[in-house]
Write a protein that binds this ligand. Structure first.
Ligand code: ZN
Ligand code: ZN
Length: 337
């Protein structure tokens, strides 16, 4: 099979031929159809997280078909369409796992494409506990990005406490933001998109935003106050400065939720939090069943990622395109299956 490996930390991608692996007990082999290229693949590429073993096959937005089933796997069979996201497995015995909170597993959490090989390949091995079922309405290219950018924003929003009709502001109209706007609108929230510049306004509205605020030419806090203040503000951006600049637009009981990691600490006046019972939190993607719920909701509601597609052998170009920040909006590799 073909696979794209990172040879060593900060090293190049290398297209190699490998033997097709056999699935061990508790795992399945997936014939990969598509794999999204995510900014978090940078951890594998640059070695910026400790403990990554090389060579490593990146990719945690994997969509494909079960091709072989290992011993002891119940509930999954060859021929089923499945996806694998960031969550690649968990220990099953730590305190978090015993509470059913697999995402915060503290003993042996596996991350697809980082602690184990991912989807930049014709085949990959996945733990049965990491699988999500893909509904027929979604193509592999559509399903891939929903397994990372999709589940992260969908799951943050559905657990945000916002109710139908509440004002939800989405900060950023990019890879995560363009998904978040769609999910927010389809969940019945009064959706406001905030980004820099006028040019993203028409697209944000097309994706379901009721209002667009250009944070360069408008005072975002004043605009949000005019609309009543945000019940939830979901930040998908990496500019800490941009987050600091809009915090004052949170309404009473408003909650900022970070899914993008700010590049500098937030500056929060205590009075803002105390007087209006406002709060700040984060949200870390989701478990495989959360991914499956995301795929199901997307199939039901018509939410789809906007993608640019590259063949597997052009992984280097695809990665550079993603890192350039110019892709609209998610880059996806396809194997030709
Ligand atoms: Zn990702
Ligand atoms: Zn655990």
């Amino acid at each position: 099979m073909r696979a794209v490996q990172v040879v060593n930390a900060k090293g190049p991608f290398r297209l190699v031929e490998l033997d097709v692996p056999e699935p061990p007990a508790g795992s399945v082999r997936i014939k990969v159809q598509a794999c999204g290229v995510c900014h978090s693949d940078e951890y594998a590429k640059e070695g910026s997280r400790p403990g990554i073993q090389y060579p490593r096959i990146p990719g945690h937005e994997v969509a494909g078909i079960i091709d072989a089933v290992g011993a002891g796997v119940a509930g999954w069979e060859a021929g089923q369409r499945v996806g694998v996201g960031w969550h690649g497995g968990h220990c099953g015995y730590c305190i978090s796992c015993r509470r059913g909170d697999f995402v915060t597993c503290s003993k042996a959490r596996q991350i697809t494409g980082l602690t184990r090989d991912g989807g930049y390949a014709d085949f990959m091995i996945a733990s049965a506990g990491a699988l999500a079922s893909i509904p027929g309405e979604l193509s592999p290219v559509e399903a891939g990005p929903l397994l990372c950018a999709g589940v992260t924003t969908f799951n943050a929003l559905r657990n945000s406490g916002a109710r139908s009709g509440d004002m939800v502001a989405i900060l950023g109209v990019g890879g995560l933001g363009h998904m978040a706007i769609q999910f927010s609108a389809k969940m019945g929230f009064h959706t406001i998109a905030i980004a820099r510049g006028q040019d993203k306004g028409p697209l944000a509205k097309k994706l379901g935003a009721k209002h667009y605020i250009d944070s360069e030419s408008q005072n975002a806090v004043a605009e949000l106050e005019k609309l009543g203040g945000a019940k939830v503000m979901l930040s998908t951006v990496t500019s800490g400065k941009a987050v600091n600049a809009v915090l004052g637009g949170l309404g009473i009981n408003g909650r900022l939720i970070l899914v993008g990691n700010p590049d500098q600490p937030l500056e929060v006046p205590g009075r803002l939090l105390i007087a209006g019972r406002r709060s700040i939190s984060g949200w870390p993607s989701g478990s495989p069943i959360d991914s499956q719920d995301t795929l199901g909701f997307a199939a039901l509601s018509g939410v789809r990622p906007m993608t640019e597609v590259f063949p597997l052998e052009r992984a280097t170009d695809a990665y550079e395109r993603m890192m350039s920040g110019k892709a609209r909006f998610r880059v996806v590799l396809t194997t030709g299956v």
